[in-house]
Design a protein around this ligand. Structure first.
Ligand SMILES: CC(C)(COP(=O)(O)OP(=O)(O)OC[C@H]1O[C@@H](n2cnc3c(N)ncnc32)[C@H](O)[C@@H]1OP(=O)(O)O)[C@@H](O)C(=O)NCCC(=O)NCCS
Length: 166
């Protein structure tokens, strides 16, 4: 069985991450942007998910900006060859645990309203739809759904799931 590790992003990961960005996002961030996040942005935190047997190969990554008591998810992506294998879910859960563990009370993100896979992932994780920012992407052509997860409701959801399982 494959086991995965989730660790902080390093300089060595950045070229791979920029390649994945180009594969999965219409407006990919550059290597320079990720370098600046890593070295110059004290509010930013990036996690990388890798197979423990191949720790240098980035399979997924995600970032959070810590703003007051909110964690803003900047991006989350899984390399196309590994999508649909629960790695996105595993990484998102780790990002949420990081946020709660670092004193944050809320998490928020924007997602394209036509990105049904990502919206399903967020909804399953407990994020709620808090409205639409019209024309947020693609020079005004694509809307963004704004989603929030609140620590209080997330813990009651986890407790309810725990009691349902038990
Ligand atoms: C969105 C993304 C991060 C999800 O990661 P993933 O590893 O592919 O997804 P997972 O296997 O962890 O699945 C998590 C949930 O997503 C949803 N999902 C996954 N694949 C799906 C598909 N093909 N169709 C519909 N929903 C899907 C399901 O709700 C799934 O939970 P379930 O299997 O328990 O029902 C990944 O597909 C990706 O990188 N996409 C391109 C980049 C992107 O859009 N990022 C989000 C920007 S806001």
């Amino acid at each position: 069985m494959t086991t995965y590790e989730i660790r902080s992003m390093t300089e060595n990961d950045i070229p791979q991450i920029a390649r994945i960005e180009k594969m999965v996002f219409p407006a990919p961030w550059s290597e320079t942007a990720f370098r600046s996040e890593l070295h110059d942005n004290a509010m930013a935190m990036y996690l990388v998910l890798a197979d423990e047997a191949l720790p240098d190969e980035v399979l997924a990554y995600g970032g959070i900006w810590k703003i007051f008591d909110e964690g803003h998810i900047t991006n989350i992506a899984v390399i196309p060859k590994a999508q649909g294998k629960k790695l996105g879910k595993m990484l998102l859960h780790a990002m949420i645990q990081w946020a709660w563990g670092n004193g944050l009370s809320h998490m928020t993100l924007e997602v394209r309203t036509d990105n049904h896979v990502a919206i399903n992932l967020y909804k399953k994780t407990g994020f709620i739809d808090a409205g639409v920012r019209p024309g947020y992407y693609d020079d005004g052509r694509t809307d963004a759904m704004v989603m929030w997860l609140h620590r209080k409701s997330a813990s009651s959801l986890a407790a309810a799931e725990g009691s349902a399982d038990g």
